[in-house]
Design a protein around this ligand. Structure first.
Ligand SMILES: O=C[C@H](O)COP(=O)(O)O
Length: 314
């Protein structure tokens, strides 16, 4: 990201004035996927773009250094070379590899020299309910271990109680603990109660200095939806227009198909412009999306679909 968002003072009037009209969001979302169906070469180009924006993720209790190393090999070479050759793409990598703290070291080692950053979920992910000082310490430990990006979780309770000062102070402290590492704030939109809360929480995180705002942990019953993405993208646009600061967006959780990744990119292009469809401003958090994209690319190149097991993931 060219210039990091330094944040602003907490502006409670702006927060209170932020309201979401659900029917308007639903109408806009309904118009999105059908409106612009991208075909053939354009589709392949956008699918390659989706890969370059992907935070290739494994967040399982049974992660091991071995499966993280396999994931990192896939991050370096996300698509089979013969498919890339046919598409005349010399090099392609994902945006980052996202893991729990314990798996940072093997990921950093496996990605050495690739330029691919390691992102770590943090602050008591996914619920964010551990003591505050431990959440801050966790960030510092992860940065020390080599994470260049930190994905923190918001205190949903504070959002539900409209404790915006509390959210602001927390995120500000997390940003401080990150140092040079980039801060992504996970809202857990599926647990925030209302769309207005999603918009206000997005805004407060940006005021507190978030580099990215992210929808979900992947562990909530409802994860990334186009409706929440639309609301968050529009908050990013307002914040940029009013402050000049750039904040990135990361939809995450439940994004498993190439079609979903295209819908997300179209939304970003239409709402924020093409600058927000590149990895410094857009990431897709996903543990099982890559296989479907690779399969669609193979179909584009050969005219045939292969079985999913020909595109193995870690
Ligand atoms: O941050 C990324 C998410 O945890 C991934 O969620 P997913 O496993 O549903 O793709």
């Amino acid at each position: 990201m060219e210039n990091r968002n330094p944040g602003t003072p907490l502006d409670l009037e702006w927060v209170a004035a932020t309201r979401i009209n659900r029917p308007a969001v639903e109408r806009r979302v309904a118009s999105l996927p059908g409106r612009r169906s991208v075909k053939k070469d354009w589709q392949a180009a956008w699918l390659l773009r989706a890969i370059s924006c992907m935070d290739l993720t494994t967040l399982s209790g049974d992660d091991t250094p071995g499966n993280v190393r396999r994931l990192c090999a896939k991050a370096r070479q996300p698509v089979r070379q013969d498919i890339l050759d046919a598409l005349e793409i010399p090099k392609l990598t994902v945006g980052a590899v996202c893991v729990y703290h314990d798996m940072i070291a093997p990921a950093v080692e496996a990605l050495a020299g690739s330029g691919i950053p390691v992102a770590a979920v943090s602050t008591g992910f996914p619920a964010g309910l551990s003591p505050f000082h431990l959440r801050v310490a966790e960030i510092k430990e992860s940065v020390k271990a080599g994470a260049q990006e930190i994905d923190i979780v918001l205190s949903r309770r504070k959002v539900l109680l409209q404790d915006w000062q509390g959210i602001y102070d927390e995120v500000r402290a997390f940003r401080e603990a990150c140092g040079d590492a980039h801060l992504k704030t996970i809202l857990a939109t599926g647990e925030l109660g209302t769309l207005t809360n999603v918009a206000r929480a997005s805004l407060v995180c940006m005021m507190a200095g978030a580099d990215f705002i992210k929808t979900s942990t992947g562990k909530e019953p409802t994860n990334a939806t186009l409706g929440n993405s639309l609301i968050m993208a529009r908050q990013i646009r307002d914040f940029h227009e009013r402050t000049g600061h750039v904040v990135g967006f990361k939809p995450a959780g439940g994004i498993r198909t190439a079609k979903q990744s295209l819908d997300g990119l179209i939304l970003m292009k239409e709402e924020l412009g093409v600058a927000w469809t590149k990895p410094d401003r857009y990431r897709i958090g996903a543990s099982s999306l890559l296989s479907d994209i690779e399969r669609q690319l193979e179909h584009h190149v050969t005219g045939r679909y292969s079985a999913y097991n020909r595109h193995p993931m870690a």
